[in-house]
Design a protein around this ligand. Structure first.
Ligand code: SOE
Length: 392
């Protein structure tokens, strides 16, 4: 049986481009998809580098101008894997040209851009053209199980969410500047890059919204060496030191729509923590706890068990009945970082074939952007702020 093709055009080919390309290549090999993704066109400004990346990832052609994609009939979907400052321009142009869009997180660098993107996505949806934002950790099987348990009422009324995203790659003050430390490119620092993930996960798992926040942002190292290879920075590459214009760490307290509260941290200065996404949720009937550094495991506590036998149970989320797992390895053999992206590609292709809205949508991305914005403004004023769009 032959399947209709889905021509994929991708913009950007660094870390995110690599893992998205891996997902597009892997999804049809392990899942039965209703459409066959074909790596059609890869865009990047440096002709030599984009040609090398295309050969490595398996793209048929390259271009140094992403706009080429808009007029190509063989490109059905534009996958935006660029820094945040270009998300709005590329995604809106692609949607207006009738291309489906997958856009990396955070959706944009400002609420205004995110609103324009969500509006473009809503108009495009009227013509069956779809947009999705890449909050990939939603598709880690243990996170999916956590959401199912909350939806089934296993935790009861949610009282607390504690969510941390901890990395340490900036602890060394001689670590060089990159676009992620440049506000004009990245929008914000740890807050938008990794804080956005735990904001999305907290809302995804609980089904609640963050309605008000009070935040604190810190930049511990104000200047860093400009790497000779630095590309696309506002400062000139290879010339001494340059300013860090984003937060190194973000922390905030939150009110949740169901009456509970939340404590969030995002930092690139947590020595020894490489990619620790730690989420603990406590409800009236029980608790759950997850750490991405042990990503195949979910800890669950049932407060209705007899006290003498109660305790956190360690569920290894590798059974064929767990979300997405049946397509992979026998129980206990575990999945990794890249599998979330493959699951994201599977769900996106399935939604496109069904003509349904893939999630997270650009509206979901906008909701996260509004929380980021409220944290940033509250940190500047030292006050509590309502998150716009939550009716508070
Ligand atoms: C860098 O800090 C980063 O690559 C994030 O941008 C990703 O979203 C996260 O998945 C891993 O860390």
């Amino acid at each position: 049986m032959t399947y209709a093709r889905l021509g994929v055009g991708m913009v950007g080919y660094s870390f995110m481009g690599a893992v998205h390309a891996h997902a597009w290549n892997t999804a049809p090999r392990f899942f039965t998809l209703p459409l066959h993704p074909e790596l059609t066109l890869l865009a990047g400004r440096n002709a030599e580098a984009v040609t090398a990346a295309a050969a490595r990832f398996g793209f048929a052609e390259t271009t140094t101008d992403w706009r080429t994609m808009l007029t190509r009939d063989d490109v059905d979907l534009v996958d935006v894997c660029t820094p945040g400052d270009t998300h709005a321009e590329i995604a809106i142009a692609a949607l207006e040209a009738g291309k489906h869009v997958l856009c990396e997180k955070p959706l944009a660098n400002s609420v205004a851009e995110a609103e324009a993107m969500a509006a473009a996505a809503a108009s495009a949806a009227e013509h069956g053209v779809r947009a999705m934002v890449g909050f990939t950790y939603r598709r880690v099987p243990a996170i999916q199980l956590a959401r199912q348990l909350v939806a089934e009422g296993a935790l009861g009324q949610i009282r607390h969410v504690r969510a941390d995203y901890l990395q340490d790659w900036l602890s060394d003050p001689s670590a060089p500047l990159s676009w992620r430390l440049d506000k004009s490119k990245a929008g914000s620092g740890a807050l938008g890059d990794i804080g956005a993930h735990v904001i999305d996960l907290a809302q995804f798992i609980t089904g609640e919204q963050i309605t008000a926040v009070t935040g604190m942002l810190d930049t511990f190292v104000a200047e860093r060496p400009i790497a000779a290879s630095a590309a696309g920075l506002s400062a000139t590459a290879g010339e001494g030191m340059g300013p860090v214009t984003v937060d190194d760490s973000a922390a905030f307290l939150a009110r949740l729509s169901g009456g509970g509260n939340g404590v969030f941290t995002a930092t690139r200065f947590a020595q020894g923590r490489k990619n620790a996404i730690r989420i603990e949720i406590n409800g009236s009937r029980g608790s759950l706890a997850f750490d991405f550094e042990d990503m195949n495991v979910l800890h669950v506590y049932d407060a209705e068990e007899v006290a003498e036998r109660a305790g956190f149970r360690r569920i290894v989320v590798t059974e064929p009945g767990h979300p997405f797992v049946a397509a992979w390895w026998p129980p206990g053999h575990g999945l990794g970082y890249e599998h979330g992206f493959t699951h994201q590609a599977v769900d996106l292709v399935t939604a496109l074939a069904e003509g349904s809205q893939p999630t997270p949508s650009f509206a979901d991305g906008l909701a996260v952007q509004r929380v980021l914005d409220a944290v940033e403004r509250s940190a500047a004023t030292g006050t509590w702020l309502a998150v716009s769009g939550t009716g508070q």
